[in-house]
Every structure is written in C-alpha cells, then in structure tokens.
Design a protein around this ligand. Structure first.
Ligand code: HAM
Length: 436
C-alpha cells in the first residue's frame, strides 16, 4: 500500500500546478494593477494570535500543538491577524494607506465537503489606514477585477454586500441586546446552510423572545436598499449608515462594477473582527460555496495592542475559484512546455547535442535532450509528449534541421553559427528562422 496525502490535503501534479499558477498569475496581475504590493509572514504563529480575535468557528479548526520549547503554536488558518500584527509593529513608518497583498497557504481542520479542504491558498488583499468608504469600493472593485481577468462576467459572479453597522442598528431596533449580537451574527452566518428551526432554537437559547426572533428574520430578508431606507426613513441613528452605503454604490458605479453587486443583509461573515461593510462573492447560479469574503475590521489593530488604524480586506481561496473556472471551461489548455527538444540522429555525438542544448539555454530558451542514447523516431515522439514546439535534429558537428512539430515545417541550419555566437547576442537569425 502506497502512503497517501492526509485527508483534505492536495498533491499538486503538474497539471494541477499549472491551474494553480494560472490563478496565482491573475491574482498577482490584478493586485499590482490596483497598486497593491506583496508581503508574507510566518506559517506558524503563537496560538493566542487567533484565540483572542478570530472567533470561535476558526479557533475550533486550528492545527495547534506545543513546540519543543513549550510554546503553544498554530498553523495559520488565516492571514489577517498576522497582517494586523505586522502593520501595527511599524505603523508609523509605513506609507498610508498601506495596500498590501499576499498569497499564503492556510490550514483549517474543516469537516470535509465540496469547496472546503484542510489546506488552501488564499489571496489576501488589504488596505490599512483609510476610513473612507472609497477604500471599501476600491477593494471590492479589485476582487471583481480578478473575476474579469479570469474570464468570468457579471452573469457568472455576484458580490453580496452588507454593512455590520447598519445591521447592528436594525437588530437593536428589533430588540437584540449588545451581548446577544455576536451570537446572532453566528446564526445569521449559517442562514444558507442550516434549517430555520435550528437557527430559531439557537436564537431562543441566546435569550431572544419569539417576537425578537421573528423580527430578526424579517430584517434579514431585505435585499433592496432603497426600500429599506424608505421604511426606516425617520430613524436618526441609521441616517449615517444609509448615506455611507449610498456613496459606496456611487463609487462602485464609477469603478464599473455596480452591476455585479447586490445588497443582502444576511451577509455578516463568520469572523468576529468585522466592523463595517462586509461582502462575499458567489457564483451567480448558487452552485458553489463562497469564492471570496472580506470587509472592514477597524478595531483589530488596537485589539492586538497597536494604535487605532482603520482597515479592510478580503480573502479569496483557490479551491472554489478553481472549481468554478473548470465548470465554466475557463482553465487554459496546457501551454507548450518546451521551446526545443535537441535530438541526435545516428552518428551525432552526445557532446554536440549537449553543447547545442547549452547554447540554446543561454539564450533563455526552454530546452530538453535525451539523457540516454535513443533512436531518432523515439526522440521525436518524446519531444511531442514533452510538449516541445520544435525539434532540432543534429546530424553531425556542422549540420542540423529544425522541425516545427505543429505542422512538420523544416529548415536546415548551421551549427557553428549557433555555437560561436557570443553569449549576449540576443537572437541568432537561424534560431528564430522558423516562427514559433
Ligand atoms: P474567510 O471567509 O474565512 O475569510 O475565507 C475567505 C475565502 O477563503 C473563502 O471565501 C473561501 O474562498 C476560502 N476558504 C476559506 N476556508 C477554506 C477552506 N477550508 N478550504 C478552501 N477554501 C477556503 C478570511 O479568512 C479573512 N481573513 C479574509 C480577510 C482578509 N478579511 C480581511 N482581510
């Protein structure tokens, strides 16, 4: 019996690695286009970085142990506490707003299900040091920019947004106390995933009366901001929240992404630290789990012992996104892996093959040659299997033929030209004689 990977952990064979790279490239490309710069942190952190601030759900999923020095440590289940710690430690020296991104591998001991593994890669894109709602809009536009970059459209993906400040206000009006809010949020976060009776029971157990429970469900139904606004028109406590959201939607319009976005008060996010506008991206047909999620967490830096600093960000995992891209046929076909395969015909010496391969590699071309003597037809087959664009067939020390594998087009070339060209001559006329 061969040993296998742990449940929820993936082996990335080259085909899967190519898909992963495709996603990472889109992440990096769009992050840079939106002026975010890359950072990273340690994969292993002190346990209390998470136990204090992330919320019960994620803490229940930690990979945690005592290290040999007796420290309680955990594999990172998310990046936000690490980022908050790093920025808080250099808060004064950093240019504001901080616009940083990272692609950490994260670990959560999840119950295995579609779209949820025990490790995943997650793009994190965060802005720190800006309280204005323009930053919230900019962040969501970047998340949706990635969707476009990968070939997804507004018909494929929805951004569902809400605002915890507005929801707080509405829940208080419905009779929920401050102490009950965290539990109500935990229940709301499960709205799509657990039956209503179970959620009602949980709310009841938290001390919400039947009337309050009914009002909570009434509030969560709202998906039309204008209607909600006119319903609560006279309520002074909510005025700022409504005008902030109105500006947010105006900015999203200017950023060209308004059509992707729906208002949905039932989006609260499972993590404890969010304080303002929150959002999640879903596929429009509702077949998959959340593609991404994030929002504002203005108190986290201060809670970790730093100075107050407004902050917001999102995480986008590679798992659901990969499932969606495959389902919509948006994963690219396998790219050519090699520019050249250098083959030796009968009579060509081993060393001339190697010297030619080396000369081509000096020109930054991707080149393979057989590591043991083989008949020419076998080498050409191997070249095709390796995904080579061209085979360079060496006849002897002076002559060779370039064959383009796609159509069999051939040209003769002289080897001394290649071997004697200086290392910094960027292109040999004959190397590029046959167009790629
Ligand atoms: P999160 O909602 O826990 O947020 O994760 C964000 C995204 O990561 C999810 O929407 C999903 O795509 C992916 N994801 C999470 N857990 C798993 C898993 N077990 N398997 C596969 N994919 C998963 C956060 O982690 C926040 N720290 C994001 C954030 C950054 N907020 C502010 N800045």
């Amino acid at each position: 019996m061969l040993p296998s990977a742990l449940p929820g952990f993936r082996d990335f064979y080259p085909a899967e690695c190519a898909e992963r790279s495709h996603i990472f490239e889109a992440w990096r490309e769009v992050a840079r286009r939106f002026a975010f710069i890359e950072y990273d942190g340690p994969p292993l952190e002190p346990l209390d970085l998470y136990t204090k601030k992330s919320g019960d759900e994620i803490v229940g999923q930690l990979y945690t142990f005592e290290d040999r020095g007796g420290r309680h440590v955990a594999l990172r289940p998310e990046m936000t506490p690490t980022l908050a710690r790093m920025v808080a430690a250099r808060a004064n020296a950093l240019r504001k707003p901080v616009r940083w991104f990272s692609i950490p591998q994260l670990f959560r001991y999840e119950r295995q299900q579609r779209g949820r593994l025990r490790e995943h890669f997650q793009l994190n894109l965060d802005i720190l040091g800006e309280a204005d709602v323009t930053a919230d809009a900019e962040l969501l536009a970047a998340a949706l920019g990635i969707m476009s970059e990968l070939g997804l459209t507004k018909d494929d993906v929805r951004a569902r947004i809400s605002d915890r400040r507005l929801l707080n206000g509405l829940l208080k009006l419905a009779g929920v106390s401050n102490e009950q809010l965290p539990l109500v949020y935990a229940v709301v976060d499960k709205l799509d995933r657990e039956p209503r009776e179970v959620l009602e029971q949980k709310l009841g157990a938290a001390g919400c009366s039947d009337l309050v429970v009914a009002r909570i469900f009434e509030v969560l139904k709202h998906t039309d901001l204008d209607m909600l606004r006119s319903e609560f028109h006279g309520v002074a406590e909510l005025r700022d929240d409504f005008s902030r959201l109105a500006r947010y939607f105006e900015m999203l319009e200017a950023l060209g992404v308004r059509e992707w976005v729906v208002f949905d008060l039932s989006i609260v996010r499972g993590l404890a630290y969010y304080t303002g506008i929150v959002f999640e991206l879903f596929d429009a047909r509702g077949e998959f789990r959340a593609i991404a999620g994030g929002g504002r967490y203005d108190n986290l830096l201060a809670q970790l012992g730093g100075n107050e600093m407004p902050a917001l960000g999102f995480g986008m995992g590679d798992v659901v996104l990969g499932e969606l891209l495959r389902a919509r046929n948006l994963m690219p076909p396998r790219a050519e892996a090699l520019d050249y395969w250098v083959a030796g015909a009968d009579g060509a010496s081993e060393t001339i093959v190697i010297r030619v391969a080396t000369a081509l590699r000096r020109r930054k071309l991707r080149v393979e040659y057989p590591l043991r003597a083989q008949k020419l037809p076998k080498q050409i087959k191997a070249a095709a299997t390796a995904g080579a664009a061209k085979v360079l067939i060496i006849h002897d020390d002076r002559t060779a033929t370039v064959r383009r594998l796609a159509d069999g087009h051939e040209e003769s070339v002289s080897l001394p030209d290649l071997l004697e060209a200086s290392d910094d001559s960027p292109r040999d006329p004959w190397v590029f004689a046959v167009a790629r």
